[in-house]
Design a protein around this ligand. Structure first.
Ligand code: GS8
Length: 217
């Protein structure tokens, strides 16, 4: 079986989400680097893989996918024989809870955390610009409200979807990993269950491996 190809960059949050899934299931894969500064992601070859001109994209034979959360589910389903079950599709209630917390990640957590990371890390490091403090401050307020909900949830179950590690937990990794190298990492200190959850998931071998390819390693 030919290895699946991932077009992206290990430093990219959405690429890292997919790489984590591939590492968790122990899949063989080929990471094809996309040259963002030269605009390769907006060229015809990559637009054929991802019509939004973004990374990542996955190619598995004739199948071409974009959107990191959808790609992640594909990878976990394709390699379910690995014994790593991060979707719990054999159990209606558990799989529904995985979906609930995956939606919370993309609709609540991500919109709050990503502007903080973008302004305080990407703007100065990648573009040599000055962070917009007003955006950071308002996003921090939003993030605190989300973290209050997470704290309540994680005081009742070890992981977000229940007492099992799932794609819902994994999906939070890339942006949180970057928040932790900004001056705003201390926001987690007020949420002890969230902090313990973060320490637990970052101790996984797949996380250590993918993390090593990201900024600030
Ligand atoms: C977002 C992809 C994205 O923003 C997904 O795959 O989950 N919802 C999509 N990709 C960024 C890199 S950060 O990982 C990207 O390609 N940015 C360049 C651009 O938008 O031009």
């Amino acid at each position: 079986m030919a290895a699946v190809k991932i077009y992206g960059k290990p430093i990219s949050t959405c690429t890292a989400r997919v790489l984590l899934c591939l590492e968790e299931v122990g899949a063989e894969y080929q990471l094809v680097s996309i040259n963002m500064p030269s605009g390769e992601h907006k060229g015809p070859a990559h637009l054929a893989r991802n019509p939004f001109g973004q990374i990542p994209a996955l190619e598995d034979g004739d199948l071409v996918l974009f959107e990191s959360r959808a790609i992640s589910k594909y990878v976990l389903r394709k390699y379910k024989e690995s014994g790593t079950d991060l979707l719990k599709e054999g159990n209606l209630a558990e799989s529904a809870m995985v979906e609930v917390w995956l939606e919370a990640e993309s609709q609540q957590y991500n919109p709050a955390i990503s502007p903080i990371v973008y302004q305080s890390l990407i703007v100065p490091k990648m573009y040599g610009g000055t962070p917009d403090q007003a955006i950071i401050d308002s996003s921090l307020e939003k993030l605190k409200k989300v973290l209050e909900v997470y704290e309540a949830r994680l005081s009742k179950s070890k992981y977000l979807a229940g007492n099992f590690f799932s794609l819902a937990d994994l999906s939070h990794f890339p942006f949180t990993r970057y928040l932790m190298i900004t001056p705003y990492a201390s926001v987690f200190e007020s949420y002890p269950h969230v902090k313990a959850w973060w320490e637990d998931i970052t101790s996984r071998p797949a996380f250590k491996k993918v993390s090593a390819g990201m900024l600030g390693s």
